[in-house]
Write a protein that binds this ligand. Structure first.
Ligand SMILES: NC(=O)CCC(=O)C(=O)O
Length: 262
């Protein structure tokens, strides 16, 4: 199974419309892949707080339309990263997953909002539902950026059937070591693939870390990007998940919480 992570640059000199068109073209270029992934809030920028309200869209807005068409044209499963969703008065950091036919398979509203008492944490509402995308070869759990710091979310996704985690992010360069370390930790402790897709560039004065990474269920880094825009392509073997869980059955030794049926 081939996966492509599109580490798109988010810079203020490109309009949201232009970046949306460019992202769609980049997805279409990946028609040889089975799964294509975009990062967090790539239309507007994860730290461009002042633009959240003005650039917010309904669930089935322009980003949805562009990504549904790109998934169908490329014939790929598409995790289209996240965008600012407006639902009534509330804003959410919402991810979309499309089938190769361009149908919406599932969406996920980020549960842990970043910023403590400012930014996303005060501007956005929190999601509350764990979501696992039913990919036929590799069911993957959805998490977004800051969620990476909360291991109980990932254990919940394993209990819901996840064999992999897809994590779009807009992670800053300043905390890049945390990003790389936590991506590996989530893979090792859950014996699952981690596909973590960040952004390149700089917006709202925040340099992005890039360094999108794919980690296998044993914790080995299969591929890692640099800091600039690039597409990271890897081959995944879904059988590695049950094999790893059977040969080193640590998940069966859980004492607290439900025991994983793997
Ligand atoms: N957009 C985010 O969630 C940023 C998270 C972050 O910077 C951190 O966890 O550190």
């Amino acid at each position: 199974m081939r996966a492509s992570l599109i580490q798109i640059a988010v810079n203020p000199d490109e309009s949201v419309d232009a970046r949306r068109r460019r992202a769609a073209a980049l997805v279409r270029d990946e028609s040889a892949s089975d799964l294509v992934v975009l990062p967090e809030l790539w239309p507007v920028g994860a730290f461009a707080y002042e633009a959240f309200a003005t650039d917010a869209e309904p669930l089935r807005g322009p980003t949805y339309e562009a990504m549904a068409a790109a998934a169908a044209d490329a014939g790929v499963w598409l995790h289209a990263g996240s965008f600012v969703e407006r639902d009534g008065e509330a804003l959410y950091n919402t991810s979309l997953v499309f089938s190769p036919g361009g149908e919406l398979v599932c969406s996920y509203r980020k549960i842990h909002r970043f910023g403590f008492d400012q930014g996303e944490a005060v501007l956005m509402s929190a999601g509350s539902e764990l979501v696992v995308a039913p990919h036929p070869e590799l069911p993957f759990g959805l998490a977004t950026c800051y969620d990476l710091r909360f291991p109980e979310l990932f254990r919940g996704l394993v209990d819901a059937g996840a064999a992999a985690f897809v994590i779009p992010a807009g992670w800053p360069e300043r905390r890049r070591e945390h990003w790389s370390l936590l991506a590996r930790a989530r893979a090792v402790e859950n014996q699952a693939y981690v596909l973590a897709c960040g952004t390149a560039g700089a917006h709202a004065g925040v340099e992005q870390a890039g360094h999108s990474v794919v980690v296998d269920p044993w914790g080995e880094v299969l591929a890692e990007a640099g800091r600039t825009e690039e597409v990271l392509t890897v081959t995944l073997d879904p059988e590695r998940v049950p094999e790893t869980r059977a040969s080193f059955p640590a998940l069966k030794d859980r004492v607290l919480g439900p025991r994983a049926p793997h």
